[in-house]
Design a protein around this ligand. Structure first.
Ligand SMILES: Cc1cc2nc3c(=O)[nH]c(=O)nc-3n(C[C@H](O)[C@H](O)[C@H](O)COP(=O)(O)OP(=O)(O)OC[C@H]3O[C@@H](n4cnc5c(N)ncnc54)[C@H](O)[C@@H]3O)c2cc1C
Length: 534
């Protein structure tokens, strides 16, 4: 394709939703950094929230979302998303997503925090079904070109005009992106009238995360470097139980294991080893809400200097365990753990990035021509904590809203000017790839230890100091050598980590997912943490 009309970076739920709407009227190019289904969308298990039951109301869904968000949600956004949810589900069903149904109506499940049954799903693999349906529709559309294996590096702005003319005030309009073709090793410049970031979250900033490998905050970092505000980055959601395994760092052990009687215990060899600890933290014990269980595990791990705690369901009948958790049983067995006979080592793991690029109700960012949708954005929907199954919903509603806004304002999107190609002067290959691996591991480890579930001023200060050192090292490296996918991701991870730590240090209270021992109280007024680039 020569220059597309609209460029979309990301082929998950948010990116492809936007692509399908835009393609009715213009030519769309979608870039993905690995496989088209390599983002979080394909991994979503539970489902999508929408008011579809007669006894349910928009007001209830709005209230549940705002209670979870600890008062930080923007009500206007919550109303917008909740009220557009039924239409979004309808469009997905029309695309062929085989939602579970019963007696001619969609089957609805219930999840924690929801006051009604309102989760549509495709068994326990909703995201996979949605992702496949979106990819099939996008592939079939003559106006959509899909380019997997393209890693976006940086946004192309007014600063990159070929004539070097400067727009007063610096970069105000985005014209596209520089992206590395991992097949050829070449960097291409893609230009378009409008660009949409749909690059997903930043889970891989942490040692343990349920998100796929590519969740490195690329869109957030690119938008920040180009001049966009970023908000509420301190709110990282952690899932309480992920398998502790240094090779497999993202295997989720469903909460149903605790629901079916699994106990959390301290491992042997420490005071209280082999004993349950949740009764000390909450009367609901193992069935306390996610954040309380995650915080209790984190507390015990830090108090005793452990690597993990144990999740034990071996006291139950082996047939019951195998029958209820066939997939987990098989997967663990393959890793040498028989959950019918022994406990599973678990740690909490990063699960969802609530903050991101600040957007309005149409997905617009601070820069003309640039939109952000899905997990890379901060729309005001989630506030200080995400309500389960609201995140895929956000992708569909905002993907649609951004696309329609572009179409409605098409006259205001000029054709791109001539732009400078990527600077190929950095042609030498590094013989020090070890620097990337070392720094990547170091970053994820100290983010885990210092900027995880329970924070303190001291820990955040330590993390900020280390980020500064690593950033200097990586920027130096970036300036001197040919870019690789790993280097691009590490640079973005460091940028995102810096934004998380800055936001956490700015919040002098505990609210929702952000808990700090130095300010355990919640302030009466809820305020967003908005970071403004220099
Ligand atoms: C294990 C798990 C279970 C979940 N379960 C649920 C659930 O039941 N319900 C729910 O609502 N939510 C759930 N979520 C969250 C939900 O899946 C995500 O929030 C949502 O899928 C994000 O979609 P997205 O389109 O914003 O990004 P993603 O689906 O993550 O897609 C990101 C895209 O951007 C591309 N990309 C990233 N960086 C670059 C770059 N530099 N250059 C080019 N392309 C790039 C990627 O290749 C990918 O195509 C779950 C998440 C996980 C990890």
């Amino acid at each position: 394709m020569s220059s597309p009309d609209v460029l979309i970076i990301g082929s998950g739920a948010a990116g492809l939703t936007a692509a399908l709407v835009l393609a009715e009227r213009c030519r769309v190019l979608v870039l993905a950094k690995g496989a088209l289904d390599g983002g979080s969308t394909a991994w979503a298990q539970g489902g999508i929230a929408a008011v579809l039951d007669e006894g349910d109301t928009f007001e209830d869904h709005i209230r549940d979302t705002m209670v979870a968000g600890a008062g930080l949600n923007r009500r206007e956004t919550v109303e917008f998303v909740v009220e557009n949810a039924p239409a979004a589900i309808h469009r997905l069903a029309e695309l062929g997503v085989p939602f579970n149904a019963e007696s001619g109506a969609l089957h609805l499940t219930r999840e924690g925090g929801h006051s009604h049954r309102r989760i549509v799903h495709v068994d326990d693999a909703t995201g996979w079904a949605v992702q496949q349906a979106l990819i099939a529709a996008a592939k079939a559309h003559p106006n959509i070109t899909l380019r997997p294996d393209m890693v976006a590096i940086d946004l192309v702005t007014d600063r990159h005009r070929a004539d070097r003319s400067e727009t007063p005030g610096g970069a105000r309009r985005v014209w596209g992106v520089y992206a590395l073709d991992t097949g050829t090793g070449r960097v291409e410049c893609f230009s378009a009238r409008a660009t949409i970031l749909a690059t997903g979250g930043a889970g891989r900033t942490y040692l343990f995360s349920t998100a796929p490998r590519g969740a490195t905050g690329d869109g957030i970092a690119m938008a920040w470097r180009a001049g966009c505000r970023v908000s509420n980055m301190e709110f990282m959601q952690f899932h309480p139980t992920c398998l502790y395994n240094l090779e497999v760092k993202n295997f989720l052990i469903t909460e149903a294991v605790r629901g079916e009687g699994g106990h959390l215990k301290l491992p042997p060899g420490v005071p209280g080893g082999g004993e349950r600890f949740m009764p000390r933290f909450d009367p609901r014990e193992e069935l306390a809400p996610r954040d309380i269980v995650a915080r209790a595990i984190d507390h015990e791990i830090k108090r005793l200097g452990l690597d993990y705690v144990h999740l034990d369901i071996s006291h139950k009948d082996p047939d019951f365990v195998r029958g209820h958790f066939p997939n987990i049983y098989e997967r663990l067995l393959g890793l040498g753990i028989d959950m019918t006979k022994e406990p599973i080592p678990v740690v909490p793991a990063q699960h969802y990035t609530c903050g991101g690029v600040l957007i309005d109700l149409a997905g617009r960012t601070d820069l003309d021509g640039l939109y952000a949708v899905g997990e890379c954005s901060e729309s005001g929907l989630h506030g200080a904590n995400r309500l389960a199954s609201n995140s895929l919903l956000e992708c569909f509603v905002f993907g649609d809203a951004a696309a329609n806004d572009i179409l409605a304002r098409w006259e205001q999107f000029p054709a791109p000017p001539d732009l400078r190609p990527w600077d190929e002067s950095r042609v030498s290959d590094s013989d020090e790839e070890v620097v990337i691996k070392q720094n990547w591991t170091e970053l994820r480890r100290f983010m885990w230890n210092y900027v995880g579930i329970v924070r303190t001023n001291k820990r955040l200060e330590r993390a900020a100091h280390r980020i500064k050192l690593l950033k200097g090292e990586v920027n130096d490296y970036y300036g001197n050598f040919r870019v690789t996918a790993d280097l691009i991701e590490l640079r973005n991870l460091l940028q995102t980590a810096e934004l998380i730590v800055k936001s956490a240090r700015a919040r002098r209270e505990s609210r929702g997912l952000h808990f700090t021992q130095d300010y355990p109280q919640t302030q009466p007024a809820a305020r967003d943490t908005v970071l403004v680039p220099n």
